[in-house]
Design a binder for this molecule. Structure first.
Ligand code: GDP
Ligand code: IMO
Ligand code: MG
Length: 429
């Protein structure tokens, strides 16, 4: 029996992590975010009500669940304030449920301004970031000049550090002609940030250990996806954090033995938002059909997501990097109308067949997918909760993906709602 489950994206994000975290929190007492920031957009659908979360963990709608933002997350107090207000307006008692590590680096308005200005200046070489300041904030973290949540509680010292951070960025802000808060405005803002964050700050590693010792169930919630990982993804078209399983420990403060089950969330086809290579991308009617049925628009920026066939080569490698125990295949129902379905089973690069993705974006962009075809099921799977209710062709498709990836699909998701799933093995069982 697993007492701790890590939920991770296996492709380029938006696999349906939020929905599954919300589902599994029925059994958990703690949900922990450990990387990324408000570049994430995690969608929860409960009955008629849709909630999109960017920074607050996807357990917040459940009574009795504590939601933790770990040290690996870059935190924008402005985005947090907006999200808290949105939830409180709906009657969610966020103050009772949220905890934040004092070691989270802050995203300040100058970070998002720099992110957007840099993207604009990059022209055709832009990464297609969410413009939320994620990259510049992580840059400051590793350069050891970041301001962290804890710094807000000694405002005299905070002002000194802020002044040196501002001086560091001033030349670039001028070069890009960026409009953002000046130093005095930032200092003023910091007073509000301190008031906002103070009640939530806690000793995260200590809290996690307390829950572990008590035998409580803990969920780790990944953001983005493995192919966007800064080391293992399609560099440089990636985000600026480690999105893989290994980051759950460093981004929250626990050891590897604190994770007993890794659930890889895998879309039954592939999507990507932003720039970068995507070997199985479709530009035909099938791509348009997936975009339509899957309603493939970014939950954070609203940008249309690029759509393509399932890439077993990329998913297999991503599962290996994460030590995935079981897959959750999502959005199977969004393939209901397709006549024939293709699966990428290999890449051709320079006349040779390869069975794992090359390193980095340039070689991947030259890879040609090798496909096998399967018949579509052309019937309705939406909302199915039993394997017997799925058409034989849909089951055959799931079985083929399991065989190609080498990992069982313990959950198949058949709709956006919490309970639209075929569960064969429950991760907490
Ligand atoms: P996340 O970032 O991984 O949490 O995923 P997003 O929320 O950005 O995108 C997933 C989208 O698909 C959301 O609109 C979900 O409500 C929706 N979704 C999740 N699972 C399913 C599913 O099995 N079927 C359908 N039709 N929609 C799903
Ligand atoms: P969730 O958690 C999909 C993508 C951006 C861009 C690249 C870098 O909802 O799955 P960044 O702003 O992080 O510097 O952008 O990463 N990206 C995502 N794509 N889902 C996400 O999060 C993403 N977060 C970042 O589109 O290509
Ligand atoms: Mg998303």
């Amino acid at each position: 029996m697993a007492n701790s489950v890590l939920v991770l994206g296996i492709q380029w994000g938006d696999e349906g992590k939020g929905k599954i975290v919300d589902l599994l929190t029925e059994q958990a007492s703690l949900v922990v975010r450990f990387q990324g920031g408000h570049n994430a957009g995690h969608t929860l659908v409960i009955g008629e009500e849709k909630t999109v979360l960017h920074l607050i963990p996807s357990g917040v709608l459940r009574e009795g669940v504590i939601c933790v933002i770990g040290n690996g997350v870059v935190l924008s107090p402005d985005a947090l304030a907006d999200e808290i207000a949105m939830l409180e307006k709906r009657g969610v008692p966020v103050a009772d449920r949220l905890r934040i590590s004092g070691a989270c680096p802050l995203i300040l308005p100058l970070h998002s301004a720099l992110d957007q200005a840099r993207e604009k200046a990059a022209g055709k070489d832009a990464i297609g970031t969410t413009g939320r300041g994620i990259g510049p904030a992580y840059q400051d973290k590793v350069a050891r000049r970041a301001l962290r949540v804890q710094d807000l509680f000694n405002l005299e010292r905070f002002d000194e550090k802020l002044t040196s951070l501002y001086n560091h960025h001033e030349a670039n802000l001028k070069r890009y002609d960026v409009e953002t808060d000046d130093l005095d405005a930032l200092k003023k803002r910091a007073r509000d940030y301190a008031k906002l964050l103070k009640p939530f700050v806690c000793d995260v590693p200590g809290l996690m250990e307390e829950h572990r010792q008590a035998g409580n169930r803990v969920l780790f919630e990944g953001a983005q996806g493995t192919l966007l990982d800064v080391d293992h993804g399609t560099y440089p078209y990636v985000t600026s954090s480690n999105t893989v399983a290994g980051a759950a420990c460093s981004g929250s403060g626990c050891g590897p033995n604190a994770i007993e089950y890794v659930l890889g969330i895998v879309k039954a086809y592939t999507t990507r938002v932003g720039e970068g290579p995507f070997p199985t991308e479709l530009f035909d009617d099938n791509g348009a059909e997936l975009a339509k049925l899957g309603n493939e628009f970014g939950a954070t920026t609203g940008r249309p997501r690029r759509c393509g066939w399932f890439d077993a080569i990329a998913v297999k490698r991503a599962c290996l990097i994460n030590g995935v125990t079981g897959m959750c295949l999502t959005k199977l129902d969004c393939m209901d109308t397709l006549e024939t379905i293709s699966i990428c089973t290999g890449y051709e690069l320079d006349g040779e067949t390869i069975d794992h993705p090359p390193i980095g974006a340039d070689d991947l962009a030259r890879c040609k997918p090798i496909y096998e075809q399967m018949p579509g099921w052309q019937s309705n799977t939406a909302g199915a909760t039993k394997l017997e209710d799925l058409p034989a062709e849909a089951v055959a498709y799931v079985r083929r993906l399991e065989a190609l990836v080498g990992i069982p699909a313990h959950i198949v998701s058949t709709g956006p709602e919490r309970n639209q799933n075929v569960i064969s093995v429950h991760p907490f069982a």
